[in-house]
Design a protein around this ligand. Structure first.
Ligand code: UD1
Length: 429
């Protein structure tokens, strides 16, 4: 299993190109199940989760073709993926495939919408809480699907097609909103989704669905209205830049000092996180090229932050912010309100000398003068990258184990960081 070795203490300087968003790519790929025409996605990141989803879609009969880098092309350009679900050969998504990645459960919506039936294993994914699917099931039921749980599988049936309906989520849910939208686009009549998630990835998927002929309005707000259509066609769509990758590298620069241009990043996708960095005394400015982040000399000011659904501070940047605050000059507080078990990085950061106290959903972080490198590991994607951030500023060597978590969500992390001066390498074993 690969590991990443980091020797800390070097500032980051240069340019980091931002990849397409993992959390938009996955539902966009899944949306290909809604049509028998070809969906072409550009700016798709090279990630283990994308490969895994290719397998899952392949099992349903989707033809997936990747066009790689051509001579003379910038090697950081994302890939183009052609997805063609001309014929769906299987409406079952088996446990072996779904258990590896939670988002693959979302195939349930297009399958039942187009084929009238779906049998999808209950999901797995990052171990960051219980992460139920009750609200996804509720949304499908509101659109007329009959749901049964059978041997660890959710079986959804709508032999005469789905019908538009009103869905009001008691809690903001990204997965629930994606499911509801993807099911409603082929339902007969109008669907109204209230208390919808407002994450930019929802709006990106809706934009793509509209290019395919859907009638979705209000995506990106908390009320989405969908006029169902009988059929969708093909389209070409470029994936929105990854705001979590952007925020992660912004925090890495804040941690090490230096100056980096996050190329292609869009500030409106992460205002809350950029605001927190500014409170911490980090220089953040936007240009046509992207977002410039710098910290030259100044210390890191402590902050008090609670995660919240978009446009609030994202839970997917909570661990990275905590790594940064381990070096603040004073005491910070970070409250996690989305996932109950998302503090697994705390123990590992402590192994590097961080002082963090947990009390329920709030972590109190007392900034320390220095961190020291150590062997560490983490059990989820964002937690792993927080250890990388800490390691970049720690004295000596850190070995990050279980790199496969990083490969699920960060494209060529060690390459992007080493080009900016970090001492970081992948060690194969
Ligand atoms: C998505 C993101 C993930 C991010 C999260 C919150 C993808 C692929 N993943 O995950 O990176 O951390 O949004 O921004 O886009 N819940 C229920 N019942 C349900 C569904 C969810 O109670 O049926 C709860 C969850 O346990 C959690 C909260 O709702 O406490 C939010 O979950 P949700 O927004 O659905 O997260 P995901 O879509 O799984």
């Amino acid at each position: 299993m690969d590991r990443i070795r980091i020797v800390g203490g070097r500032p980051l300087n240069g340019t980091i190109p931002i990849s397409g968003a993992k959390n938009a790519t996955l539902p966009l790929m899944i949306a290909s199940l809604l049509t028998d025409q070809t969906l072409i996605l550009d700016n798709v990141p090279r990630l283990a989760d994308v490969v895994q989803l290719q397998r899952i879609l392949g099992n349903h009969g989707v033809d997936v073709m990747l066009s790689g880098k051509r001579a003379g092309e910038d090697e950081y350009k994302g890939q183009s993926v052609h997805l063609s679900a001309a014929k769906i050969v299987d409406t079952t998504a088996p446990y072996e495939l779904v258990s590896k990645m939670r988002a693959s459960f979302w195939v349930i919506a297009p399958l039942v919408a187009r084929m009238g039936e779906a049998r999808v294993s209950m999901p797995g994914g990052c171990a960051i809480g219980t992460r139920p699917v009750d609200l996804l099931i509720m949304a499908l039921e509101r659109l007329g699907a009959l749901i049964e749980i059978d041997g660890g599988y959710v079986v959804a049936r709508a032999p005469k097609g789905l019908k538009g309906g009103e869905i009001s989520f008691p809690k903001v849910t990204v997965s629930g909103t994606h499911t509801a939208v993807m099911a409603a686009v082929l339902a007969s009549g109008t669907t109204v989704i209230d208390n919808a998630a407002r994450e930019p990835e929802i709006a990106d998927v809706a934009e793509c669905l509209n290019k395919m002929g859907a009638h979705v309005s209000g995506a990106g707000t908390s009320r989405i209205v969908i006029e169902g259509v009988p059929k969708l066609g093909g389209a070409r769509h470029s994936v929105v830049p990854d705001r979590i990758e952007t925020g992660t590298y912004a925090m890495a620069v804040a941690m090490t000092g230096g100056e980096v241009m996050l190329e292609g990043a869009r500030p409106e996708l992460l205002q809350a996180a950029l605001g927190v960095l500014q409170q911490a005394d980090v220089d953040v400015s936007s240009t046509n090229q992207g977002i410039r982040v710098a910290r030259n000399g100044a210390g890191i000011r402590p902050v008090d932050v609670a995660t919240a659904p978009f446009p609030g501070f994202p839970t997917d940047l909570q661990a990275q912010l905590m790594a940064l605050m381990t070096r603040a000059s004073g005491t910070s507080r970070i409250t996690e309100t989305i996932f109950e078990n998302r503090f697994m990085h705390v123990q590992e950061l402590a192994r590097m000398g961080a002082r963090i106290q947990l009390d329920g959903e709030t972590a109190t972080i007392e900034g320390v003068e220095r961190l020291k490198g150590a062997p560490v590991m983490a059990t989820d994607l964002r937690a792993s990258v927080s250890l990388v951030i800490a390691a970049l500023a720690a004295e000596g060597e850190t070995m990050v184990n279980r790199v496969y978590h990083l490969d699920r969500g960060f494209e060529r992390l060690e390459d992007k960081l080493s080009r900016c001066g970090a001492e970081i390498e992948r060690v194969s074993s």
